[in-house]
Design a protein around this ligand. Structure first.
Ligand SMILES: Nc1ncnc2c1ncn2[C@@H]1O[C@H](COP(=O)(O)OP(=O)(O)OP(=O)(O)O)[C@@H](O)[C@H]1O
Ligand SMILES: [Mg+2]
Length: 367
């Protein structure tokens, strides 16, 4: 059995209101770093507030170490939470802020001192313990919040967008800090964000959420290279994947995905799966780095359509090439765009093994 399990977890805020969390099932192993990733309003905060006990559940169960925790008070659940606004008390020094949860537990003074110092060291603020929040930078205040959450040795660490108040540079450095602290403490962690880059760089596994439901659970690379749904494919990756609404036809060449602008021969390994869509629509998805360019008219394998390059955005070690097909902007990532300039006429070719098809009604991958 896994360490933390959500079983058919449900939340409605009002009796007949919508299911904000819609039958979530999730198993988390001890020591795992899980990231909840999804757009605003998809139910991330609601879910972790139910785990922490700050919010009642409307259905289902939450199991920790084989036991339901629903009847336990928040402080008896062994859970520490860090909030989006770091919520440290302005009238207390860093030391007193960090010591606060231990004082509530009536722990002896010298033991408190020892533990606060250890937590402060883990968060890299041991020299700031006498300062008040107004005498600290945003990043330092956030570290105090981290130390205060660490100090109780939680079984489960819940972090609700803990980096969103920080500027871009600090965000990146704090995120490595949090990862370091996680590796040191080895606590089971759920980290909430709607920043896909943050999710990719921190997570052992990402849980993609959309409208109260889990769309996909997997390692960052699994979700990136083997997306289970249209939403998952579109939410992960910069620049995002390209999508084409097509119709599946059977011709003497085999199955093709076509629309007014594109004509793509579907590779043989996908024929069995795509057969059921014959005469129907399917969304073709392809990530920007899996489109290759050849001089126009040269019929390469995986050919999708002809076009010309409208903009080039150099990024240093690669360039983003932008073209338009049927009015839609298509982005291509190329690490070798040397001979391509604006207005170069090209053919777009898909690396067949990376093409994805989705059911346009359900968003589910066809495979
Ligand atoms: N106390 C409440 N009463 C009624 N509805 C609520 C309450 N709290 C949240 N909601 C609704 O539940 C849905 C999910 O909210 P939640 O805060 O869990 O989203 P989130 O994924 O954390 O979003 P964000 O990324 O913006 O923080 C939203 O539609 C929100 O309006
Ligand atoms: Mg939230």
């Amino acid at each position: 059995m896994s360490y933390l399990e959500l079983r058919n977890l449900q939340k409605r805020y009002t009796k007949d209101g919508p299911l904000i969390v819609n039958n979530m099932n999730l198993s988390i192993e001890k020591g795992e770093f899980i990231v909840f990733l999804g757009p605003s309003g998809c139910g991330k905060t609601t879910t972790i507030r139910m785990i922490s006990g700050l919010e009642d559940v409307s259905g289902g169960d939450i199991i920790v170490d084989g036991e339901s925790i629903l009847q336990k008070k928040p402080r008896d659940r062994g859970v520490s939470m860090i909030f989006q606004s770091y919520a440290i008390w302005p009238h207390m020094t860093a030391f007193d802020n960090i010591a606060y949860p231990l004082k509530l537990q009536k722990i002896a003074k010298d033991e408190i001192k020892k533990r606060v110092e250890a937590a402060a060291q883990a968060a890299g603020i041991e020299m700031l313990l006498k300062r008040y929040p107004s005498q600290m930078s945003g990043g330092q205040r956030q570290r105090v919040a981290v130390a205060r959450a660490v100090v109780v040795n939680p079984k489960i660490f819940l972090m609700d967008e803990p980096l969103s108040n920080l500027d871009a540079k600090l965000r990146v450095s704090m995120r490595s800090e949090l990862k370091r602290i996680h590796l040191m403490e080895n606590s089971t962690t759920i980290f909430v964000t709607h920043d896909q880059a943050e999710a990719m760089s921190l997570a052992d596994r990402i849980v993609i959420m959309y409208q109260g439901k889990i769309e996909q659970i997997g390692t960052p690379m699994e979700i990136y290279s083997d997306s289970a749904t249209l939403f998952a494919a579109s939410f992960i990756g910069t620049p995002p994947a390209n999508f084409f609404e097509t119709r599946i036809e059977k011709t003497e060449e085999g199955y093709t995905a076509v629309n007014e602008h594109v004509h793509y021969r579907i590779p043989a390994p996908l024929h069995a799966a795509i057969a059921s869509r014959e005469g129907k629509n399917a969304v073709l998805g392809i990530r920007p780095e899996f489109i290759e360019l050849s001089p126009r008219g040269e019929k390469a394998a995986g050919c999708l359509c002809d076009s010309s390059i409208d903009f080039i955005e150099p990024q240093g070690n690669h360039s983003i090439l932008i073209t338009h097909i049927g009015g839609a902007e298509i982005k291509i990532v190329s690490s070798d765009p040397m001979n391509i300039t604006v207005n170069t006429r090209v053919s777009l070719n898909i690396r067949d093994e990376h093409v994805m098809f989705f059911d346009p009604d359900t968003g589910i991958r066809i495979r």
